[in-house]
Design a protein around this ligand. Structure first.
Ligand code: DAH
Length: 337
């Protein structure tokens, strides 16, 4: 590069520099050991003898000029209003604002619910979202002809007929019980998948929390006590709870559990469909066939299990009317939690 264009480049760089560190960068760029001006000095030796003298003088002049420029610029930068004379730090310059993020409302609810159960001695376990058909259905006593096994209700993996995206977190019951012996008290949060058409209350992916407890002599009243403590911790001490008989293949007897409507306190409103009650989970005593599938000796253990939808609980707790809001990444929504 010739002297003229280097000088032009220096002037450009200097006028763009607005801080002392930027100025130091310029000094290194030109005057550093491998800098452009040093390079020019180095090239003198390669010139024909008669040109060396003149070129050398030009390079020296450029060097002096640049040093003069740098000193002058340093002075202006240091005497700028707001710039500390001592350090050259511009204390008036706005800092880089780091906006703290916040926990997603679904994660928050999962953490809160898991904390209630870990205080009771449950351990948190997770399982894979790609599950075997066996763990998702057969091991849970769900018969071959059950409609939930249909391809309309479960995502099967193409080319892997025995694998699917788990449609609930219950298969972790099978995984844990196949590898561990009671006493067991486990809580399983995680994502589940179902091919549902998307609307205000349905998505193809959502979160569930499964819980189960197995030991000798576990009774239905134990289930009731644990769930009551859970419901009161999450929804408030004044909440009432009721059990309705229901059917699930993996529990017998099975129930659906309602809490008194948190909006109208049981009087009846649009959120609870004028019933005064809100369904929050399914539960029951683990079916003997499930114990058989995992290889537990018949009659030795009893236990209970329950499963709940996290989005539903978050919607009830926070008064959210559209499940899609959770996953649109709209900060106006997310910042409220
Ligand atoms: N797995 C059930 C579902 O996805 C929820 C459930 C109901 C889990 C009853 C349980 C239970 O453990 O006992 O609909």
């Amino acid at each position: 590069m010739d002297i003229q264009s280097i000088q032009a480049q220096i002037e450009n760089d200097l006028s763009a520099a607005t801080s002392l560190p930027a100025l130091e960068e310029i000094r290194v760029k030109y005057l550093g050991r491998k800098g452009l001006v040093s390079e020019l000095t180095g090239s003198i030796a390669g010139l024909p003898v008669e040109q060396r003298g003149q070129f050398g003088q030009q390079v020296n002049a450029l060097k002096n000029k640049l040093q003069g420029f740098l000193e002058a610029k340093e002075k202006t930068l240091k005497t700028q209003p707001g710039v500390s004379q001592k350090t050259g730090v511009d204390i008036g310059m706005p800092g880089i604002a780091r906006e703290p993020g916040s926990v997603h409302p679904i994660t928050r609810i999962i953490d809160e619910i898991c904390a209630v159960f870990t205080r009771m001695g449950f351990s948190v376990v997770s399982g894979p979202e790609v599950e075997t058909e066996y763990n998702n259905f057969t091991g849970l006593n769900i018969p071959l002809e059950h409609p939930s096994r249909d391809a309309f209700d479960t995502f099967y993996l193409k080319n892997y007929s025995k694998l699917l995206l788990r449609s609930h977190t219950s298969p972790v019951q099978v995984r844990v019980m196949k590898t561990q012996k009671p006493p067991l008290a486990v809580i399983v949060p995680g994502r589940v998948y179902r091919p549902d058409a998307v609307d205000a209350s349905h998505l193809f992916m959502f979160h569930q929390i499964e819980g189960f407890l197995v030991d000798e002599n576990i009774r239905f009243s134990d289930l009731k006590g644990v769930l009551e403590l859970f419901a009161k911790s999450v929804f408030g001490q004044e909440i009432k709870m009721r059990f309705r008989p229901h059917f699930f293949p993996f529990t017998e007897p099975s129930v659906e559990v309602d809490i008194s409507c948190i909006i109208c306190k049981g009087k009846g409103c649009s959120v609870c469909g004028r019933k005064g009650w809100l369904e929050i989970l399914g539960a029951g005593m683990i079916h003997p066939n499930v114990f058989k599938q995992v290889g537990y000796k018949a009659g030795l253990y009893t236990g209970f299990a329950f499963g709940m939808g996290v989005e539903r609980i978050a919607m009830l707790k926070y008064g959210i009317n559209d499940i899609r809001l959770f996953f649109e990444n709209d900060l106006r929504f997310l910042k409220q939690f």
